[in-house]
Design a protein around this ligand. Structure first.
Ligand code: PGA
Length: 258
């Protein structure tokens, strides 16, 4: 399966920064057949920048999907400040990140709300990137698998399939900290997630499971070599075109070494 290289730009940059970043990504991708042979790409800019990012991509031959970083459970109405799945779809978005740990923490989003958002997103044919992951306290207590199992159980509605759902395992303590889970920790957790998916989905083998948390060019190859790591959800390093594409380059390296 091709790796999914997903950039989560979070709440960063001006419109000019977004334009420069996506332009750099698109121009570096032009003629990069090897990268496309082994990767699919999605960027999730701040919602306000989606339109410009779409426009820049459509003026090039680059194949980069666009996603939003969250969505409402409602399509239209009096929900001040929210972005709806219908609006994201209308803008040409294909993906939505749901249940990122920053939203679980700062917006107090529950697993149940995330599942409702996933239902709403799937109705609009958006692909949901559902994030799960334990905190350092939970890992130190040895409960990381219980936490992730409960998040998967409650955040994934019945309508999830391998076609409309991607899982991102993002240990909270590794996000934006420069700390990365060891390949062995990642191997164990991704294998565990695959097992849990088997209990829920008929096509579980085809669900992409991304790793996220301080992924950078220097560690991408060792992470991508781990079984059941089907790509990365990248925060900080996705803000530099060079790093974002170097991470994708790791998939090519692994495939060629195999
Ligand atoms: P990071 O963020 O790569 O900056 O650690 C990952 C994420 O939050 O998705």
């Amino acid at each position: 399966m091709k790796k999914l290289i997903a950039g989560n730009w979070k709440m960063n940059g001006t419109l000019a920064d977004a334009k420069a970043l996506i332009s750099d990504i698109c121009s570096s991708l032009s003629g990069a057949g090897d990268l496309y042979a082994h990767n699919d790409f999605v960027v999730c800019p701040p919602q306000l920048h989606v339109s410009l990012v779409k426009e820049v991509i459509s003026d090039t031959a680059a194949k980069v999907s666009v996603g939003v970083q969250d969505c409402s459970v409602n399509d239209f109405g009096a929900y001040t400040g929210d972005t709806s799945p219908a609006m994201a779809k209308d803008m040409g978005c294909e993906y939505v990140i749901l249940g990122h740990s920053e939203r679980r923490e700062y917006q107090e989003e529950s697993d149940e709300l995330i599942a409702q958002k996933a239902v709403a997103a799937h109705k609009q044919n958006l692909i949901t990137i559902i994030c799960v992951g334990e905190t350092d306290v939970q890992r130190d207590a040895g409960t990381e698998k219980d936490i992730v199992a409960a998040q998967l159980e409650k955040s994934m509605p019945e309508c999830c399939t391998a076609t409309n759902t991607v899982i991102a395992y993002e240990p909270v303590w590794a996000i934006g900290t420069g700390k990365t889970a060891t390949p062995e920790d990642v191997r164990q957790m991704h294998e565990f997630i695959r097992e849990k998916l088997k209990e829920k989905l008929a096509d579980s083998e085809d669900v992409r499971i991304l790793y996220g948390g301080s992924v950078k060019p220097a560690n991408a190859a060792e992470l991508f070599a781990v079984p059941n790591v089907d790509g990365a959800l990248i925060g900080g390093a996705s803000l530099k075109a060079e790093d974002f594409l170097a991470i994708a380059g790791a998939s090519v390296e692994i495939a060629q070494a195999a």
